[in-house]
Design a protein around this ligand. Structure first.
Ligand code: NAP
Length: 246
């Protein structure tokens, strides 16, 4: 399998363990929501992991949002990369967590925890969601306020679509003024999420994409299924599309 060389352009540190990496590399065209792989030669072997693009398909450099995983050999090295350092990528990207897998609907809900925000930023930077959905809601749940990454970019998207877009941060392990201290699943269950977003979620009007912590994906999905929504599968259109991040 061929790999291509990438050159690190920039590393942004959001917190001690949360960062974004911008990389110049020649890769084939991809869709928002897809992922590539980053690999480094560590010790005596190549170590590769999948990471979703944060940059929209027509924007360069390539960008990835990462969190260091305890004992993770790759992220613990990637977080120390500097401009000019080399990392390898796949020429071709993969993944079905893309908007073209979704049936049309009035409303699009994007529910993320942690670095699961990344693919949604890529989508929001493309024209497809704005062309296909009337209302878009982006929900981002993190443990601490400092992990609410990409505020500037989200503000730009909001300003580009007045009245159609709402961003709802949730911070679960810190009390911050104006931000609910509640998990996505809990806020969905008790109705607060929809109240905050000024929009209801139902099987007729909503398409819901969920990305991040696998436990959050499971719990949130179960609540939506309890409301009569189904997984969106090829040949069996539903309302829920998910990506487990690990
Ligand atoms: P996280 O534990 O995923 O928490 C992010 C948000 O998700 C928090 O608001 C958290 O709420 C919420 N959450 C967790 N479980 C939930 C559930 N069942 N239902 C609803 N919400 C839930 O932490 P993170 O800081 O984003 O991710 C860091 C850790 O994730 C890493 O240390 C690593 O272990 C793992 N990770 C692994 C990989 C990998 O490739 N192996 C990649 C990325 C991340 P609470 O604060 O209430 O828990």
């Amino acid at each position: 399998m061929g790999w291509v060389k990438g050159e690190v352009r920039e590393l942004t540190r959001w917190t001690e363990r949360l960062f974004s990496l911008r990389v110049d590399a020649e890769v084939e065209p991809f869709k928002a929501g897809q992922y590539n792989r980053l690999r480094l030669f560590i010790g005596e072997e190549w170590v590769a992991r999948p990471y979703s693009y944060v940059n929209p398909p027509d924007v360069r450099p390539l960008e990835f949002h990462l969190v260091t995983v305890p004992e993770g050999p790759l992220t613990s090295r990637l977080i120390h990369m500097e401009p000019g350092d080399e990392v390898e990528l796949m020429p071709r990207s993969t993944g079905l967590f893309t908007l073209d897998q979704l049936p049309d609907a009035r409303d699009l809900w994007l529910l993320a925890t942690g670095t699961g925000l990344g693919p949604f930023l890529s989508m929001l930077g493309s024209e497809e969601p704005w062309r296909r959905f009337e209302n878009i809601r982006l929900v981002h749940s993190v443990r601490h306020g400092a992990e609410l990454s990409y505020q500037d970019r989200i503000r730009e998207y909001a300003q580009g679509a007045p009245g159609r877009f709402h961003y709802q941060p949730l911070v679960t392990r810190e009390s911050l003024e104006g931000i609910p201290q509640k998990r996505i699943s809990v806020a969905l269950q008790d109705g607060q999420l929809e109240a905050l977003c000024g929009l209801g979620i139902d099987a007729v009007h909503s398409q819901v994409m969920i990305c991040g912590n696998p436990d959050m994906v499971r719990d949130t999905q179960a609540i939506l299924k309890g409301r009569g929504m189904q997984r969106n599968r090829r040949g069996h259109p539903g309302q829920i599309t998910v990506e487990n991040y690990w």
